[in-house]
Design a protein around this ligand. Structure first.
Ligand SMILES: Cc1cc2nc3c(=O)[nH]c(=O)nc-3n(C[C@H](O)[C@H](O)[C@H](O)COP(=O)(O)OP(=O)(O)OC[C@H]3O[C@@H](n4cnc5c(N)ncnc54)[C@H](O)[C@@H]3O)c2cc1C
Length: 392
């Protein structure tokens, strides 16, 4: 049976694209290698959805700010209508600075973010005790709060989205790993060859995360996006952690810790100093599935996070209960790949998530649906054109 469009991959990118394509009236088939949605990078994601532009990520600006805002609204609506617990909480986010220099430098970014109408509040001691009593504000150089940020359990949220689109008529073929792109050699896509047979369509969207690069390589298209292992962990319930605790970003820490409440305990991740340890590297030509990834990164973070337990005392007891890891893919410019593939008519790509695919997934899904249906897109498509990542 054919479809107007085949979406390959049922992660955050694939499901968001399927939702927006269906909304535009297309018959959509999602083809997924494993037996359920949201098991790979999406299942490991920390579920921060926030207006990171300007204040936290210098490569992102006004365009991404609009996308982030759309993502917040999209998931808030999903949480309201899906009838499932997706871990949704409109808790806001607090960016914590430990050094005076870091806090001073942040003022420029804060002004830029405010110019984008992000409601940032530099907390006073009094406000900090109301908004984020979990931290010792006096141990910080400054803390700025954005009340609009939300959190969710990304795996559960995207599974809920998959269930919703299935009810709307989107078909899912699970356990069907795409092995070849039919027609790509002749410059016009005809469908996909999978481990469960062929599926036919004149339009195919690859939303296959870390596996997009090897799939494209098979048809001679380069995708300069590096898969990197990112692992995070959750704790058992801890005393004094409220459900409503804002998400915390230690913005000028060498580890840039990100911490949020999860089921009465904490979810914790952070960065390694460069160069990246070997356990964070994978073979980009043959990425492993997530259950094969090592958890060393999270184990290191358990020790590193002790460096900020004077600010967040609950960290003293924040031992590892469960580790999850995934492989986001990074580009040099930290922007996404969301475009048509130049030399193969009907082939599209939505990949290179830069560890931000939950937040930007809804807007990127909308962008791809616009591109695939009528070619008129709200976002400037050149910003995310695959061609910039395909030059040798
Ligand atoms: C620890 C961690 C924390 C993160 N925290 C955040 C966060 O707080 N906020 C945020 O916005 N982002 C976060 N991210 C990033 C986020 O997880 C990713 O950006 C997002 O999940 C990417 O979605 P995806 O659909 O591209 O990839 P994936 O979820 O990996 O989905 C790709 C899908 O394609 C399928 N597939 C692969 N090959 C084939 C094939 N040949 N045939 C058929 N199917 C195939 C896979 O099985 C998989 O289901 C985090 C990531 C990690 C690892």
């Amino acid at each position: 049976m054919g479809a107007d469009v085949i979406v390959v991959g049922a992660g955050a990118f694939g499901c968001n694209a399927a939702w927006h394509l269906r909304r535009r009236g297309l018959e959509v088939l999602v083809v997924e290698a494993v037996d359920r949605p949201a098991t790979q990078a999406t299942g490991a994601a920390a579920g921060f959805v926030a207006q990171f532009s300007s204040v936290h990520h210098s490569e992102w600006g006004e365009v991404e700010w609009g996308m982030q805002r759309y993502g917040i609204g999209f998931y808030a609506d999903l949480a309201g209508r899906c009838g499932r617990d997706i871990g949704f909480c409109p808790c806001g986010i607090a960016y914590i600075y430990q050094s005076r220099e870091g806090w001073e430098r942040a003022q420029v970014a804060i002004e830029a973010a405010r110019a984008l109408e992000t409601q940032l509040e530099a907390l006073t001691a009094g406000r900090a005790s109301e908004v984020v009593p979990e931290i010792r504000f006096e141990r910080t150089a400054g803390t700025v709060f954005d009340p609009t940020a939300i959190r969710l359990r990304a795996g559960d949220a995207i599974a809920a989205l998959a269930a919703e689109v299935a009810l709307q008529g989107v078909r899912f073929e699970y356990g069907a790993a795409v092995e070849a792109l039919l027609g790509a050699g002749e410059g016009r896509i005809r469908g996909v060859q999978t481990s469960r047979g062929d599926f036919v369509s004149s339009r195919v969207l690859l939303a296959t995360g870390a596996w997009t690069r090897p799939l494209l390589a098979r048809v001679g298209v380069q995708l300069a996006a590096e898969p990197v292992v990112v692992a995070r962990y959750t704790t058992r319930p801890l005393a004094g952690i409220r459900r409503q605790m804002p998400m915390l970003m230690f913005s000028d820490s060498e580890h840039r810790f990100w911490i949020r409440a999860e089921r009465g305990g904490l979810l914790i991740g952070g960065a390694d100093p460069k160069p990246l340890p070997d356990d964070r590297r994978v073979d980009a030509a043959l990425p492993p599935f997530v259950h094969q990834l090592p958890g060393d990164h999270a184990i290191r973070m358990r020790e590193n996070v002790r460096k900020v337990e004077d600010i967040l005392p609950a960290l003293k007891e924040a031992d590892i209960d469960e580790i999850k890891a995934g492989m986001p893919c990074y580009t040099d410019d930290r922007l996404f790949a969301a475009s048509a593939v130049a030399d193969v008519e009907g082939l599209y790509v939505l990949a290179a998530c830069n560890e931000a695919g939950i937040t930007h997934g809804p807007a990127l899904g909308r962008h791809m649906a616009e591109l695939i249906t009528d070619g008129e897109t709200e976002l400037d498509g050149s910003r995310y054109d695959l061609a910039r990542l395909s030059r040798g």
